[in-house]
Design a protein around this ligand. Structure first.
Ligand SMILES: CC(C)(COP(=O)(O)OP(=O)(O)OC[C@H]1O[C@@H](n2cnc3c(N)ncnc32)[C@H](O)[C@@H]1OP(=O)(O)O)[C@@H](O)C(=O)NCCC(=O)NCCS
Length: 436
């Protein structure tokens, strides 16, 4: 048996027992009170999910199985000395709860390179049937759904398997899906932006390095940027829209392709994953409106105030949970400072960071005036040649698959039931509030 599966069994089964015990023997423990305000403002702060892959601290930021991003940069295996950690490593960590060895990471790279060969041709037919100017996220999601014809979970389910084993074909489907996403993303990128001149995968490369290669980038710095991008976007605990949606749809025992595709539809919202594209729209429109290449801090401040006065959000800033600068922003800024500190878009991102938080804080209503991951990712990708910003959310999606699909394997290991919160009508809310 695949040694990763063995590890999942070793770590997972005792935990699955505990989860069952908690629900059965401690089900009446009260954890917290929920206010009307929380219900009506997106359930913020309401603990309602069990997710072990990562945890988000409002001040410190994300930790993957207990490790912060700087710690992962030290501890995870890399493609080369001094480079960025390999996403295969963070996947192994999230899946097993343990840091991987170099061999573990190579094993996953090889597995994905082998499994990637199995994309059926109808998936490319589905993409090709869409207009080239259909947003890349439409093409990406259509391809993910089209791949569900290959679902190993669905096949195993139809044969009538014991539900305690559901995690196994789910894991198989997740490994297949993860192996294929970079090919799909690169195919869409080359189809839309490079006249359909496709580049074959190089099976000797790691997962993210290969994605950069298939998109047409051979610069080792771009490959490293892609590795970093894939690691930092991979997971943000369980309640964000893409993770929660994948979990919710998966709770109906929909196969991993259906569940992930649903999550990706959520990622395509401008308040979630598509904010990376929106940031670039905002910056470019500001440049055009002001008529300069690099707006000054004063010009940015005026433009930001105007954006707020128009009733719009400043993309890349604010967060539903975080209350400080996102460490995923900081690590990208550090990469930019090291490799291209004077690049125009990096200067702009830095200038925005210098003025926008004060402006947002001055509104008195924005709970977090600090930058999130999207505030600089597009500027960084543009600086290194990936200038077509409609592809950014697809890249985010390839990365986010690592976390949300790992969560799905664990949902099935834990045997979590179908999710079904209670809803109430307005009369109930009025009654609770004492409004006649
Ligand atoms: C991320 C985001 C959706 C979180 O929403 P939230 O949890 O409701 O945020 P808050 O509780 O701070 O919102 C309170 C108010 O501040 C506003 N606000 C929050 N962030 C803002 C921003 N970047 N620009 C302008 N206004 C903002 C909200 O729209 C809300 O206004 P309202 O009371 O008039 O409806 C929000 O900060 C946002 O829209 N940011 C810009 C989009 C973005 O970067 N998304 C990627 C997130 S990783």
């Amino acid at each position: 048996m695949d040694h990763i599966k063995q590890k999942i069994i070793e770590v997972g089964l005792p935990n699955a027992k505990i989860v069952k015990q908690l629900a059965k023997e401690h089900g009446d423990v009260v954890t917290q009170e929920v206010t009307l305000g929380q219900i009506l403002t997106g359930m913020k702060g309401v603990v309602s999910l069990l997710t072990c892959t990562s945890k988000l601290d409002p001040v410190e930021g994300i930790r993957f199985r207990g490790y912060s991003i700087p710690e992962l940069q030290d501890l995870l295996p890399k493609a080369h000395e001094g480079g960025q950690p390999l996403p295969e490593g963070v996947f192994y960590l999230m899946l097993t709860g343990e840091l991987p060895s170099k061999e573990d990471v190579s094993y996953i790279s090889e597995q994905w390179a082998t499994r990637a060969r199995g994309i059926p041709s109808h998936v490319f037919d589905v993409i090709n049937a869409l207009p080239k100017d259909a947003h890349p996220m439409i093409q990406f999601n259509s391809a993910i759904l089209a791949m569900s014809t290959e679902s190993k979970f669905r096949k195993a389910y139809l044969t009538g398997m014991d539900k305690k084993d559901y995690w196994d074909p789910t894991y198989e489907g997740v490994m297949d899906l993860l192996s294929r996403l970079p090919i799909i993303a690169a195919y869409i990128y080359r189809r839309v932006f490079h006249d359909g001149k496709y580049i074959d995968p190089d099976p000797s490369l790691d997962w993210a390095g290969n994605l950069a290669h298939m998109m047409g980038f051979e610069d080792p710095v771009v490959k490293d940027l892609m590795r970093m991008y894939m690691v930092i976007h991979s997971d943000h605990e369980g309640g964000n829209v893409s993770a929660h949606t994948t979990h919710l749809v998966g709770s109906a025992l929909s196969n991993p392709y259906y569940a992930f595709s649903a999550g990706m539809n959520g990622l395509a919202g401008p308040l979630h994953g598509m904010a990376n594209q929106e940031v670039m729209h905002w910056i470019n429109k500001m440049k055009r409106d002001i008529g300069v290449e690099i707006p000054t801090k004063e010009q940015i401040a005026d433009y930001a105030k105007q954006t707020l006065a128009n009733g719009q959000v400043i993309p890349g800033y604010g967060h539903a949970v975080l209350r400080k600068t996102d460490p995923r922003f900081s690590v990208q800024l550090e990469f930019a400072e090291k490799h291209a500190p004077e690049a125009p878009y990096i200067q702009i991102a830095r200038n925005i960071y210098d003025v926008v938080p004060d402006i947002l804080a001055a509104t008195g209503k924005v709970k977090n005036p600090w930058p999130n991951v999207d505030a600089i990712s597009g500027s960084l990708l543009t600086t290194f040649g990936i200038k077509e910003f409609q592809i950014y959310t697809v890249l985010f999606g390839v990365s986010r698959a690592l976390g949300v699909l790992t969560q799905l394997v664990w949902d099935r290991l834990y045997g979590l039931p179908i999710e079904r919160p209670k809803s109430q009508d307005l009369a109930w809310f009025k009654e609770k509030a004492g409004i006649k």
